[in-house]
Design a protein around this ligand. Structure first.
Ligand code: B12
Length: 218
């Protein structure tokens, strides 16, 4: 099987909500030497995009979104041990899905990739209030704060968090990255975030760059 056939098998297992299929496809891809990050972003994530489209078109219901999400998590469990870090960043990151939002799959991928890059990751989970994030930033002094939102309504909460950090006098102590499908660079700018991640891999590269830059005195 070629790499693209493995990616297709991963995509199909998500769309078919196939718990056994995803484990077989993920293990098959890893055994064949498919790059683990590519298996996630080029195989499973496109499958989730199709699931989202089917939901939008009325072919799938909420129950299917939940099951597809669980299938994706099972696939990530298989792939996770194969992801190796490129460098030891030796820095701290706090990640959270903002208040009112129960989408955590993308945020979990970010947390995994940050961990393999050597970050000490404090994962606050989903539906996290601005006041909780401010408290944790105050106590933990992270180098990076990563926030995720998948709903066009909840992404506004990211702005509330940044405002609350400003009020607390903590805004300039931490680099802030926002991500999730509805989030655009223009939106990130408008709320005063430092970066809008195109995807988890690009976002984590940026975090590594920030930390390396800070160490180098930039
Ligand atoms: C799975 C899913 C769910 C699951 C979530 C399960 C879970 N544990 O996460 C459940 C069933 C709970 C759910 C519920 C709902 N959902 Co939903 N869901 C999805 C679906 C199909 C996939 C999301 C996903 O996990 N994608 C895979 C991950 C890997 O991708 P990702 O999250 O985008 O993350 C990637 C990048 O964005 C990035 N990233 C994300 N965050 C961050 C953060 C940082 C710091 C960085 C660096 C990078 C980064 O990295 C990831 C990898 O590259 C999407 C459709 C879609 N295609 O996006 C709809 C979708 C997001 N849901 C939607 C809706 C409407 C809902 C509900 C309101 C439905 C309802 N009527 O109740 C509820 C809301 C619940 C709530 N309050 O949050 C809409 C949102 C529309 C909008 N723009 O507002 C979508 C787009 C579906 C649609 N097309 O209509 N959903």
């Amino acid at each position: 099987m070629s790499d693209s056939e493995h990616l297709l098998a991963l995509r199909e297992a998500i769309i078919n909500m196939d718990f056994e299929g995803i484990v077989t496809a993920a293990q098959g891809a890893m055994d064949a030497g498919v790059e683990p990050r590519m298996a996630i972003t080029g195989g499973m994530v496109p499958g989730m995009v199709v699931v989202g489209e089917k939901f939008e078109e009325g072919e799938f219901f909420l129950s299917e979104l939940v099951v597809a999400g669980e299938v994706m998590k099972d696939g990530i469990k298989v792939i996770e041990p194969y992801i190796t870090g490129e460098s030891e960043a030796a820095a701290k990151a706090v990640v959270a899905t903002v208040e009112g939002d129960y989408h955590d799959i993308g945020k979990n991928i970010v947390a995994t990739l940050l961990t393999v890059q050597g970050f000490d990751v404090v994962d606050l989970g989903m539906d996290v209030s601005a006041s909780m994030i401010v408290e944790v930033v105050r106590e933990q002094h992270p180098d990076v704060l990563g926030m995720s939102a998948l709903l066009s309504t909840t992404m506004l909460k990211m702005g509330d968090v940044i405002e609350a950090l400003r009020t607390a006098g903590l805004r300039d102590d931490v680099k802030i990255m926002v991500g999730g499908t509805p989030v655009t660079p223009a939106f990130a700018d408008s709320i005063g975030a430092d970066h809008c991640a195109a995807n988890a891999v690009e976002g984590v590269h940026k975090c590594v760059e920030w930390v390396a830059g800070a160490k180098g005195g930039n």
